[in-house]
Design a protein around this ligand. Structure first.
Ligand SMILES: Nc1nc2c(ncn2[C@@H]2O[C@H](COP(=O)(O)OP(=O)(O)OP(=O)(O)O)[C@@H](O)[C@H]2O)c(=O)[nH]1
Ligand SMILES: [Mg+2]
Length: 625
């Protein structure tokens, strides 16, 4: 069972401000901001005083938490939230949203209830509708909020609302669970025992005919059937005696009705095992941070008198999330890099640290980013990481240079002394100078062989001493003119040789940088492709779920003699299939755009990179399709 590991008690997420308008509470938003893992969001809605908060506490695995009231006055105001570690899915958070009871006449603001209902639908991946008694016509009439969903929620920004098909809603709406409380009847039809799901589906059967009465009767049923692809029903008996129910939070399990406990357990298990992680259009999984931003975007639309639109919300969310994703990924990269041992270090070591830091940063970016299909933000991140890494490499060079210079000063001190007191300026002095120089050069190399700037520092030193060497040579009267010329040439060659070594050293560094870049590209493409595959898989599953529901619905309509509705359903099925084909094609082009995008960024950062990048990208694409 879940326990309140993330939060010891629920907090308010959305409530009315002093002007009577909804707003997102800072405390709730901050808690969501800190949750970087995907969230499974379960919300409960229903008439006031029907035990909603109580059932949510059970889902949290706690006896108390969401406040209950034992009087007739409605208790919960706005939307309250409790985030607990998901009991079944590792690395996921279960977000429970308890909402204000609907239909309290004292409230005097009918629209407020409508928005609470809409927000519960928009923010959750599973919506629990809670009611007392039985599922009869009255219960369905009280659920009139579903009939208003199309007026109060837009799926697409451009489409005329009248044209928005139920498919669009079905694809983005949560799954639906009806929790019937204080259910006292036997689940039987005729002599046959039926399941609670059959009970619900039976209650959603349409009435034949086109009279306004039939239309009115059918409307909420049609809406539930058309908007919610997955529907479940649980019936609960009364949990305890009237006396005991006034102190529900204090009742031990023994004091609760055993059948109620059994049902509550089945209900919780169903939610833990079946409630899906929250996604938005395009199969993108929503993290806690994204959920907080999403709540803000929707509430802002409602505050400003607009109809919340899912497509617009995803665009706003993408921008907020992507800017944050770059910032947080960069922060993580810097923390990792600054934790490394002191510079200088071997470039391979630095490269390994960079590799780990970059992998972690990219992971953070990928989980947080949203719809970055043209890779704009990803390229920005790559550029920033590249610049930081270059900077770090530069610092490593400088640190190595200064250590080599220290060693050089220490090693060549005796040579410098002889230069300054002129002790080589004598016959035979040149040979002495040569011997000392050879010995000290070898001592220097022994001490700096692991340093990246060793040869460059030596090269600069020898070049600076070229003139001094020539003077010593010229002053050495023991050498013949021919020997002098030969030695002068040798000195020159040695300087050139040393310069060559230094260039080779620098080339090796360049090569390392190139390898890093290539590896970075490969890794980015791999990470993005695996993330996109997950999203596409989720989108495919969502589509299939909707298609299945539509085929089932069409069968039921035909069976019940609703020819016209069945034909309309057929058209919807065909258009959904066409949509699914279109999505497959566009997914392929998005993938090649991603590979291109990263390749372009790589070329921009490191000239000469493109041929390999394109080659890699192509091989990935051919592997996938
Ligand atoms: N009859 C009945 N009462 C219940 C049940 N579960 C809880 N209660 C009691 O009903 C009262 C209201 O419970 P809450 O969980 O606060 O109900 P709510 O729907 O959250 O109420 P609001 O927040 O006011 O909308 C409390 O005294 C609970 O102990 C149930 O299954 N049946
Ligand atoms: Mg409540």
């Amino acid at each position: 069972m879940a326990c309140g590991g993330l939060m010891s008690a629920p907090v308010c997420l959305i409530e009315n401000d002093e002007n009577g308008k909804l707003h997102v509470k800072k405390e709730g938003k901050e808690i969501l901001d800190g949750i970087h893992e995907p969230v499974v969001v379960v919300s409960v809605v229903g008439l006031y005083r029907t035990g909603k908060s109580y059932i949510m506490n059970r889902l949290a695995g706690q006896q108390s938490g969401f406040a209950l009231g034992s009087t007739i006055e409605s208790k919960t105001k706005g939307i309250w939230m409790w985030c607990v570690p998901h009991p079944n899915i590792k690395g996921h958070t279960l977000v429970l949203l308890d909402t204000e009871g609907l239909g309290d006449v004292d409230k005097g603001n009918e629209k407020h209830d409508t928005w609470i209902f809409c927000l519960a639908v928009l923010l959750s991946s599973t919506l629990v509708y809670n009611s007392l008694g039985v599922i009869d016509n009255m219960a369905l009439e009280k659920l009139h909020y579903v009939t208003e969903l199309t007026e109060n929620i837009r799926v697409k920004a451009e489409v005329n609302q009248d044209e928005a098909g139920s498919t669009d809603f079905m694809r983005v709406f949560p799954s639906f669970v009806w929790a019937v409380r204080d259910f006292t009847l036997e689940l039987k039809r005729g002599d046959k025992l039926i399941t609670s799901d059959e009970y619900l589906e039976g209650s959603l059967k349409l009435k034949p005919g086109s009279s306004s009465q039939a239309e009115q009767y059918n409307l909420p049923r049609r809406c539930l059937r058309q908007f919610f692809a997955v529907r479940k029903c649980f019936v609960f008996p009364r949990p305890a005696s009237t006396q005991n129910m006034r102190r529900m939070e204090k009742l031990t399990e023994k004091e609760l009705d055993s059948e109620f406990l059994e049902q509550a357990k089945t209900f919780c298990c169903y939610i833990y095992n079946n409630a899906e992680p929250k996604t938005v259009t395009g199969g993108k999984t929503v993290t806690g941070t994204a959920l907080g931003n999403l709540a803000e975007v929707y509430v802002e639309a409602i505050r400003s008198g607009k109809v919340p639109c899912l497509e617009n919300a995803v665009v706003s969310l993408a921008k907020i999330q992507n800017v944050r994703a770059v910032e947080e990924a960069m922060q993580l990269y810097m923390i990792e890099m600054l934790n490394m041992p002191r510079l200088p270090m071997r470039p391979e070591e630095l490269s390994d640290i960079h590799k780990i830091a970059e992998k972690k940063a990219t992971e953070v970016f990928i989980t947080m980013s949203f719809n970055d299909n043209d890779q704009m933000y990803h390229q920005e991140l790559m550029g920033k990481i590249h610049n930081e890494y270059q900077d770090m490499c530069q610092q490593n060079h400088e640190a190595s240079r200064s250590q080599c210079e220290e060693v050089r000063e220490e090693v060549f001190v005796s040579l410098e002394k002889c230069f300054s007191d002129g002790s080589y300026l004598k016959p035979g002095g040149y040979q002495q100078y040569r011997d000392t120089l050879t010995q000290l050069t070898s001592d220097y190399r022994a001490k700096t062989h692991s340093q990246i700037m060793s040869e460059e520092v030596l090269s600069k030193y020898l070049k600076a001493k070229e003139e001094a060497g020539k003077m010593i040579l010229q002053a050495d009267q023991s050498l013949s003119a021919v020997e002098q010329e030969k030695e002068a040439q040798r000195l020159k060659n040695e300087i050139l040789e040393q310069q060559k070594r230094s260039i080779e050293e620098q080339n090796q560094l360049q090569e390392q940088a190139f390898k890093d870049m290539q590896r970075t590209h490969n890794e980015h493409v791999n990470q993005i492709i695996s993330q996109m595959e997950k999203e596409q898989e989720r989108m495919r599953r969502d589509n299939e779920r909707v298609l299945d529901a539509k085929l089932k619905e069409q069968g039921a309509l035909l069976h019940q003699g609703f020819q016209q509705d069945a034909s309309r359903m057929q058209r919807e099925i065909e258009s959904l299939k066409a949509d699914m084909n279109k999505q497959e094609t566009s997914q392929r082009s998005t993938l090649s755009k991603v590979v291109d995008g990263i390749g372009t960024a790589a070329t921009f950062l490191l000239p000469g990179f493109i041929p390999k990048a394109v080659g890699l990208g192509m091989s990935w694409l051919s592997k996938l399709f």
